[in-house]
Design a protein around this ligand. Sequence first.
Ligand code: MD3
Ligand code: FE
Length: 217
Amino acid sequence: MNLDLFDHPDFHSNWREDLCPGAVVLRGAALEDDVRLLAEIDRIAGLVPFQYRATPGGYAMSVAMTNCGDFGWVTDKAGYRYQATSPENQQQWPAMPALFRAIAVKAAQEAGFPGFDPDACLINRYQPGAKMSLHQDKDEHDFGQPIVSVSLGLPAVFQFGGMERSDKTQRVQLTHSDIVVWGGPSRLRYHGVLPLKAGEHPLTGSYRFNLTFRKAS
Ligand code: MD3
Ligand code: FE
């Protein structure tokens, strides 16, 4: 028998996966907003272009970054930090679009974090080969606040481990329109992204974008 349901143009694969305590994937949750999200990313990148920043150790990152919101995440020889202005032009980051905020707040609520009030949105852009090594996100002030991540464009293999870098890791594929909420006991887990495989996405071409929403202050 043919499951015609899956061929119907109105079918959206929206479902929920619990990855580990405190972390939930909302598959397809950004699908109906994808075109508008990508238009906002384009607009923001027109104001504050993507940069390949250097780690404190002096290595160029393979992921290009920009930000919107009251604070943006940056790195250079002085270290990792959030700041209210872009190092390139000394101007405030573009405001966080209402659509970005609404999507992040709704996802956090669905994952059990009502009242999430993000003030920072880091926009990561991956090209083929770009990766993010295992790390913890610990530049924020309140680890009681979750991080909401929205994936757009080419799929990536995401890696998450435990509280020690040496803990064994699990892999999960994150594809276009998946949202992940990391909170509670998962908030300080080590995580990373394996090198992006080349491909062509109808909306983003050869790129993957990831938005991470945080309460930085
Ligand atoms: C797990 N970005 O920008 S988002 C980052 O796909 C970052 O660009 C990745 O890690 C990306 O810091 C992954 C998913 C994510 C974000 C925060 C986490 C996973 C997390 C915090 C704790 C545990
Ligand atoms: Fe991270």
